[in-house]
Design a binder for this molecule. Structure first.
Ligand code: FES
Length: 88
């Protein structure tokens, strides 16, 4: 098997994103990673405020900032990024 591709996921842990449901995203990611693609290495870290507070929860994936991320949107993003990584 080749080298694993990397999906870096930074969850904003600032006050605004936390009150908007960041913990639900963290929980979903924890479960998702356990069953994710075996060719992809998922790195998830907490991130300080991304200065996007009014549009949170904010998630940064491989350097791209995403606003208003709820659980459904996070699932879509994960699938989109996995598709892109699989094609590289
Ligand atoms: S608290 Fe998340 S962008 Fe500021």
């Amino acid at each position: 098997m080749g080298k694993k591709k990397v999906l870096n996921i930074r969850l904003c842990s600032g006050m605004s994103c936390t009150t908007r449901g960041r913990h639900k995203l963290a929980s979903l990611l924890g479960k998702y990673k356990a069953n994710g693609h075996e060719s992809i290495k998922y790195y998830t870290v907490d991130s300080p405020c991304a200065f996007n507070c009014e549009k949170g929860p904010t998630v940064i994936m491989n350097g791209d900032l995403h606003s208003g991320v709820d659980e459904d949107k996070l699932m879509e993003l994960l699938q989109d990024y996995e598709e892109i990584l699989e094609m590289e």
